[in-house]
Design a protein around this ligand. Sequence first.
Ligand code: SF4
Ligand code: SF4
Length: 384
Amino acid sequence: MSDNIASRHDFSQKVYRPRPRILIRPMVLFVGEVELKAQESGMMKRVRLGKSELMVSRVGFGGISITRVSYEEAERCIHAAIDLGVNFIDTATGYYDSEEKIGRAIKGRRDNLIIATKAPPSTPAEMNEAIDKSLKRLQIETIDLYQFHLVKDEETLKKSLNLLPILEKARDQGKIQHIGVTVHGVDFINQVIETDAFETVMIALNFIVCEAAETALPNALGHDLGVIAMKPMAGGHIEDPYLAFKYFINLENVVPIVGIETPEQIKEVAQILEDNIPPTSQEIEEMETVRRESGNRFCRRCGYCMPCEQGVRIIPATIIKSLGKRLPPKKLITENMAAAMQSLENCIQCRKCEDKCPYDLDVLEMLEENKAYYDELCEQLGSS
Ligand code: SF4
Ligand code: SF4
């Protein structure tokens, strides 16, 4: 798993801008330093996760973002989510210390939680080892949902199917309870669904990358798979959490996983989903505008292409143009960005990053275009 996987997360560098139209319900209680909605744990609407029969909250807690905060902050986030009624926590073996942080935070509160983790398909011995390590890090007796991570092509699917007996044995031993899969690549999802080998499927879904909602989603539901949505904010490309989560109101069988770094963020998302107000025609129009302007060719900051063996800092260099849509040039031309752009000189054009990108991006071309964009900005600033 990549070194900078901690940099992928949906709320990175987001300024939270709660919209005034969000109704803040009058009853509040205090958890730590923040006000949280007075909502007893377990009150949040539950969604049946397909044939697994797991009943999970309308929104799940994603474990990537807490890799960026301290143990104490992670615990505050997780406790805030649980207090709001979130009972579904998803993590991965590859998310650095996420499993440890979750393990520590859920001590004494595990009973009503559904804990999911995942590891890429490997060898039988490595898979067994991964399960045992996850159990240890999470400090739990059983993992409610264990997923094959990053299944993106025939090869990884075949590997996963061959490893199913290993997971089934772990299930018989009580180490895991249910088996799911996370899939990258819209065209490939249906192929995975139709194997009927898994109980849940996690897919990238948001109002920009939404093809799967029309094609794979009905198929998944038809096969009675639980559907979990990763990247609800398109890896940070969608700026507005309100709009991002309104999209899921009409997808009531889909459980988005949200990555947060502060308790306030989960509060806002939970409230959008709890209010359950479908997007207005104006909001749908706004989504379409963002979608139109974005196309499909944008970096989701997932980090799967990293690390680059030559030290190229791919992510900042692939997102500068997107950032440029909302930030003034002076904010873009930082030391950090300058260092990222400098690192492009190390690129030997091996295209390994493109092979690893689950979104089939032409990374090299994007880097080249973005470098030209950056140089132009520098020139403009220099001459202004
Ligand atoms: S093509 Fe360049 S950026 Fe991509 S992995 Fe190779 S050296 Fe790194
Ligand atoms: S280039 Fe592709 S793999 Fe790399 S961070 Fe962006 S979307 Fe992810």
